[in-house]
Design a protein around this ligand. Structure first.
Ligand code: WT7
Length: 656
């Protein structure tokens, strides 16, 4: 396979320590007291600090209700509105003319929204949604790419107390349908299409296809992104976004106060079942957690310019494009389309043109920048940058060094932030400008977060011994236990370890990790059957269901691997004995994944094997396949039912 492999992060390696650059002086956490010590001492009252960053319509009377543990409720009795916290209060604080959103579209296209503009449009959309029958607690599915209309509709939902359910625009109609009907959505917001690499691509046809299968009929709002050159026909119960905004321009829609424990949104993530898992975040705890980490980890204060490359279809876009940064009153940069169009200068031009101070991206994106070469960032003024962040998968020491040197000029601390859809906000990270950094290790838990690495029996492991990453104390932005039909999923997460020790509960993250003598955590990878491809978490069960639906395929396993610097998806499959049309089957498998999941999940290779490596209990040994994909040596100790298949797979892999 490809020669230029990206480095693998070895957990057993000793990490080097780097002192934070002394030039970083905008630190909001340096108060003279060690925040971790203080949060430990004052836990859980310490989390009042996070709540204090918000404006409450009604103050809470109980910080943490643990009566029904582990279904904790935060800031009970408190009332607030998330959109008011992200917009209205900034107007009152004299920031009307400050830029809230700066959108970078295709070539030479920019749009700017001040906090005043944002208020106006969000209010108009909120009025429009109400006109279409959306009420408090209803769910609105948003199926939009990176357009300003996406954060605007999210905030419009929040304003009227409706829940948004953002579905990644790259998902296929089937995936949209499942996420729309599973949440009993009352309306859909989509667009005619989008531009990718300068080419107009269709979005509405996918939305229409899903809609045709939906049992009930619901109104659709359509954003016109492609302009008059691409006329779209609106069907019955379809409304033009611009017309709604014009019609309700200047409408008065006061923000609806929500209980802190009321849900703010749904988002789907992948788990070990074939179905996408619906997550719900609660208004108060989530907003407090994202605002607090935006301040503490990303050092965001009002007026700071910030760019996070994440798609809004994933939790990172929710927490660190919309809610956290806007609650802090920052100026948020959004970029449509890919970072290589019109050319590889684009990311650095965006940073230069907007004076981006804090930049947050993924190791995959950084590896792409590395591949392109340092001449691209070097050609641009990056002096505005003062802090860099990374998320989504382990960043290897070499990638870290490249980011530190060629993007941050050794002036900007790097925060390697570990968190998940379920945790809502960053859980593990160094504090910028305060903590030493260790390339390859994410860092210690944030103040107030109690993370432990444990063995199969839930016993804490000493430094250096790999095990399961667990969180042993509740935190404000934890996934909401509000819906009774979700309890079993929560119970599954939480009881994985707790049921063996009745005196304690632990939240099981699904990750394997190791902690060092200084309390710095290195993430080894997922322990469950979930793969991360292009920083998107996909359930192997969901992928494999799509693959085995192909006629002739008997068994399948999907794994992620790094070749050529990007994380790709690889499929291993067994087929019926009389099937000889391997190329045809390969094509059918790829088509099945593209049409059921989306093009972003297209596999880099499909390997046919006589058997999949299995444990004695018949479970696919993903770790064996991952090792093969990464061209690594297998430890002899892997307990396989069919060890002879390993050699065969290795030779199949090299001839692939
Ligand atoms: C999984 C969560 C949270 C936003 C992005 C993905 C992996 C996340 C890191 C990191 C190593 C990381 C973990 C985690 N992950 N951040 N800094 N270093 N691994 O959200 O889809 O819920 O996935 O992403 O495996 O469990 P998600």
């Amino acid at each position: 396979m490809a020669e230029d492999r990206s480095e693998r992060v070895s957990w057993s390696e000793k990490r080097e320590t780097r002192s934070p650059p002394s030039t970083f002086d905008r630190d909001t956490t340096r108060t003279g007291v060690d925040p971790r010590e203080r949060f430990d001492r004052e836990w859980p009252d310490c989390w009042a600090d996070a709540a204090a960053l918000l404006e409450w319509t009604e103050p809470y009377d109980e910080l943490l209700d643990d009566d029904d543990a582990p279904f904790y409720r935060w800031f009970v009795g408190g009332r607030l509105n998330a959109a008011e916290n992200c917009i209205d209060r900034h107007l009152e604080a004299g920031r009307k003319t400050q830029v809230a959103l700066r959108w970078e579209g295709k070539r030479d296209e920019q749009r700017t929204y001040t906090y005043h503009d944002l208020h106006r449009e969000v209010t108009a959309v909120a009025a429009g949604l109400r006109e279409l029958g959306v009420e408090e607690n209803d769910v609105v599915t948003l199926y939009l790419p990176t357009l300003p209309e996406l954060p605007i509709t999210m905030l419009a939902c929040a304003r009227i107390g409706a829940l948004h359910n953002v579905v990644f625009a790259g998902f296929a109609p089937d995936a949209l349908l499942e996420r729309m009907s599973g949440t009993d959505s009352s309306a859909l917001v989509t667009c005619d299409g989008a531009f990718r690499d300068g080419v107009a691509i269709d979005q509405k046809r996918k939305a229409d296809a899903a809609m045709a299968e939906l049992e009930s009929t619901i109104p659709t709002i359509v954003v016109d992104r492609l302009g008059p050159a691409n006329e779209t026909q609106l069907g019955p119960d379809q409304y033009a976004y611009d017309e709604l905004v014009d019609r309700f321009d200047g409408a008065d829609v006061p923000p609806v106060p929500r209980n802190a424990t009321d849900p703010l949104f749904h988002i789907h993530t992948s788990g070990t079942t074939g179905e996408p898992q619906r997550m719900t975040h609660a208004t108060g705890g989530y907003l407090a957690g994202t605002a607090w980490t935006s301040r503490t980890v990303f050092d965001l204060s009002p007026g700071d310019t910030y760019w996070c490359t994440a798609d809004l279809g994933w939790v990172t876009g929710h927490s660190y494009v919309v809610y956290g940064p806007l609650a802090r009153g920052a100026t948020v940069v959004l970029a449509e389309g890919s970072l290589r169009y019109p050319d590889r200068h684009r990311p650095w031009e965006i940073i230069e043109r907007n004076g981006v101070e804090v930049f947050y991206t993924t190791p995959g994106v950084i590896r792409t920048f590395m591949k392109w070469g340092e001449s691209f960032p070097a050609a641009h003024d990056r002096s505005s940058l003062r802090l860099l962040g990374t998320v989504g998968e382990p960043i290897g020491p070499d990638t870290w060094e490249w980011y530190y040197t060629h993007v941050g000029d050794e002036r900007c601390p790097i925060v390697d932030t570990w968190w998940q859809t379920e945790t809502g906000a960053v859980m593990l990270s160094t504090l910028p400008g305060v903590d030493e950094m260790k390339p390859g290790a994410v860092g210690p838990p944030l103040p107030g977060i109690d993370a432990r690495v444990v063995d199969e029996d839930g016993r804490e492991l000493p430094p250096g011994e790999p095990g399961y990453l667990t969180i042993t104390k509740p935190w404000p932005s934890m996934l909401s236990p509000l819906e009774s039909d979700r309890y079993w999923v929560l119970a599954e997460y939480w009881q994985q370890f707790s049921d063996r020790r009745a005196d304690t509960w632990r939240y099981f993250t699904g990750d394997r990790a190791v902690v060092d003598e200084d309390g710095y955590v290195t993430i080894i990878g997922r322990a469950d059957d979930v793969v991360t491809v292009g920083n998107r978490r996909l359930g192997t069960a969901e992928l494999e269901a799509a693959i085995t639906a192909v006629d002739g395929v008997t068994e399948a396993a999907a794994v992620a691997g790094s070749t050529g610097g990007d994380t790709d998806l690889y499929v291993f499959a067994t087929i019926e004995q009389d099937r000889t049309d391997r190329d045809g089957l390969r094509g059918a498998i790829t088509d099945a994944i593209v049409s059921r999941i989306g093009r972003f999940a297209e596999p880099a290779a499909v390997v046919f094997t006589p058997e999949l490596p299995e444990t004695h209990s018949g479970k696919t040994m993903y770790r064996v396949l991952e090792t093969i994909v990464d061209d690594e040596r297998l430890e002899d100790s892997e307990p396989l039912r069919n060890p002879e298949i390993v050699g065969e797979l290795e030779s199949l892999w090299t001839t692939e």
